[in-house]
Each structure stands twice: as C-alpha cells, then as structure tokens.
Design a protein around this ligand. Structure first.
Ligand code: PHB
Length: 391
C-alpha cells in the first residue's frame, strides 16, 4: 500500500513536471508593438504595422517551437500613453519584447520600463542619437539623424556647390540632432550657416519660417521634419516660389518620405536628400520586399519606417531562434547584438557595443521614374556608424 502510494505520488509529480514544461513550450512568444496608429504620426504606425505583419506572413508565426503573437497598441504619439501601454504590456501581458516607438519622446518614456523589467526594446522608428543610451535594453533598427545629416553636409560642400545654408528643423530631439550635426560638419567643411530655425513638432505652421528663409537668400535650405510632415514643407516652399528664387531644398530623407513623395508633384524633382532607405533602392532583396509589401497593402509604397519595422522583426525572430525559443530578456538581448544581414536598405549591422544600427547612407535626388516620383540614389557612404557615438 505504502509502496503503491509512493509510486503514485512520484508518477503524479512526473506528470505535473511534464505538463508544466508542455505549458511552457506552448506559451506564445509575445511582441508588444506600440505605434502611433492615429494622430499626427499615423502614417508611421500604418507603415510599421504593415511591415511587421508582412515579415510574419513571409517567415511564419512559429519560431523555435514558440507561437509568435504580435500585440499592436496605439499610443497616438503621446509619450505618457506609450509609457502606460508599455507598463501594461510588461505587467499584464508579460510580453517578451517591446517594439515600435514612432517618436523620440515615446522611446525615452519607455526606456526605464525596459531597464527595470529587463525587456528588450526594439526601436523601429525614433532616431535621436541618444535613445540607445537611455537603457541597456534598447536595440535600434531605424537610423540616427546624425548619420543622415553629416552625410548631407559632406555632399553639400564637396559636390553640391552650396556655401550658405539656413537650417529648419522640428524643435525636439531628432531635429536638434539634425541641426547640430549638419551645422558642425558644414562649418568644419568651410560653409556658412546663416540662420537656424526651429518649428514646433505639434501642428507646425511653416509659413513664417519660410518667409525668413526667403529673406535670408541662402544657397540652400536644409530641412528635418518627421515622417509625414514633408509634404506640407514642400508645398509651402513651392508656393512661395523659393525654388525659382534660386534656393535649393536639401535635407534628411524624412523630407521626401516615400509614403508621400508621389503626391508632392513635379516641384519635388531635383530635391537632394541623404538617407538609409528609399523604395527605389536597386537591390534584388529590396525589389522583392517592395513588391510583396505593395501586394499585401493595396499598392502602398513602403517608406523607411516600414523597413525599420521589417528589420526589427528580423532581429527579434533571429534572437528567438538563437536563444532556442527561451525568450528570456538577457538571452534575447545578447542574440540581438552583433546581428549582420542584408536588409532591403542594403547591408545592416547591429553594433554590439552601442546596440545601434550601422548601415549605408545614400545620396538621392528626386526624379520621375516610370511615371512615379522616386528618391534615386546617385552616391553612397558605406557602413556609417552613428556619429553621435564617436566621442
Ligand atoms: C523621432 O521622433 O525620433 C523621429 C520621428 C520621425 C522621423 C525621424 C525621427 O522621420
């Protein structure tokens, strides 16, 4: 009797152990994707969500035996909302990874939560250099404004024949980065900055600023505005006849965002920008990506935000594979660092020291190709690290 009881309880224990590992293995791997799906930055949310879903459709939703679950939340690009959503995702949903982050203040608001909970935080959109310093759990797959701005300043002086510039940026993290890194490099190269103008992020009215630029008559106006705001700048620049007054328009590629470019009209032709991605990038990997993205999204053209989301999913999937489905924060983070792969943007590398992206920056000019407006690449600076981390 005693023996039987011992045997029974031992086998029950064994059963319990088996069923608990089964439950563990069957538990989904959760990615909390926080994006601005409504409000001023809604195009960023739309693009990244579409890209993440495309990646999952192409690579399956089971990785290393774990079912991958994507939980999409709309933060309306309000940082307090981003923070609350991140907290809920970590505490209630027990997500394995936080991802998305449409604007810099949303990323900064969430970084302490990533640190406290040891949850990897994959930044797919926000692009202020210092975001990666805000938490050791941040990994970035978007880009940094210093990468694009320094490259633009070098082209402007070396090849653009531009000597006098006014800068116009959105007055927050990425804009301040763009202004500083463009200005310092341009001045170092012998150029003159006539004025530095900053416009509010929320509901900007570019008119009074553009009037100032027209009066200052620089060779060029250098612009950073976040994805989605470029069309308004372009429209008002052209309405004021600033192109006809001989002022060139240059900027980071956020200005000639592929999401809007086709609707900007022929006035955009000739605008030169520096950026890490354009839908026209002529590689086989990108052609396949653009085709599949359009097919899955009623013809929508992917922009650089979409690529940040797509590559972010790649980094997460490969980390889950490398950690053999374990999904623990530190294991995932270690497997995210140092990933090297070919992205639709070209070669890409997650620097293990900085957790930031290293990639090519392309010089592009807006041209009409096959009836559509595109950022057509004409030069490349290879393997650009974030200049914000050089010191
Ligand atoms: C940012 O807030 O970091 C940001 C947003 C949109 C961009 C670039 C940077 O296009």
């Amino acid at each position: 009797m005693l023996n039987k009881r011992v045997f029974l309880s031992a086998s029950m224990l064994a059963l319990a152990a088996v069923s608990s590992t089964t439950v563990l293995a069957a538990e989904p791997f959760k990615i909390g994707l926080i994006l601005p799906m409504t409000g001023q930055q809604a195009s960023t949310g739309r693009q990244i969500e579409a890209a993440a879903k495309l990646y999952m459709a192409q690579h399956g939703d089971t990785v290393a035996g774990r079912k991958v679950q994507l939980i999409v939340k709309d933060d309306t690009s309000v940082p307090d909302v981003t923070k609350r959503l991140a907290q809920e995702l970590v505490v209630n949903d027990k997500v394995n990874v936080l991802a998305g982050f449409g604007i810099t203040p949303s990323a900064f608001a969430t970084a302490p939560i990533a640190t406290q909970s040891k949850t990897p935080m994959v930044v797919m959109a926000a692009a202020t250099s210092s975001i990666t310093n805000a938490s050791p759990y941040v990994v970035r797959t978007s880009f940094t404004l210093p990468q694009a701005s320094v490259s633009m300043a070098d082209w402007a002086t070396a090849k653009g024949g531009i000597k006098k510039v006014v800068t116009l940026v959105s007055d927050y993290g990425p804009g301040i980065d763009a202004e500083k890194y463009f200005k310092d490099r341009f001045v170092l190269n012998g150029g003159t900055i006539v004025d530095t103008l900053r416009v509010p992020l929320r509901n900007p009215d570019f008119a009074p600023f553009l009037q100032k630029v027209r009066d200052a008559k620089p060779d060029a106006l250098f612009v950073f505005v976040p994805s989605g705001a470029g069309a308004a700048v372009m429209k008002q620049f052209l309405e004021r006849g600033m192109d006809k007054a001989g002022i060139k328009l240059i900027g980071t590629g956020d200005l000639t965002d592929d999401d809007q470019l086709n609707d900007m009209g022929d006035g955009a032709i000739g605008v030169v920008t520096a950026h890490h991605y354009g839908a026209h990038h002529p590689s086989a990997v990108n052609k396949k990506f653009v085709e599949a993205f359009k097919k899955a999204n009623k013809g929508m053209r992917p922009n650089f935000m979409a690529v940040g989301g797509y590559d972010g999913m790649r980094v997460i999937y490969e980390a889950l594979k490398a950690s053999k489905g374990q999904g623990g924060g530190d294991g995932l983070l270690a497997a995210m660092k140092g990933q090297v792969f070919e992205s639709p943007r070209g070669p890409m590398f997650i620097d293990a020291q900085t957790r930031d992206v290293v990639h090519n920056i392309y010089l592009r000019k807006v041209e009409r190709v096959g009836g559509e407006l595109h950022n057509v690449e004409f030069d490349v600076i290879k393997d650009v690290k974030d200049p914000g981390k050089a010191k």
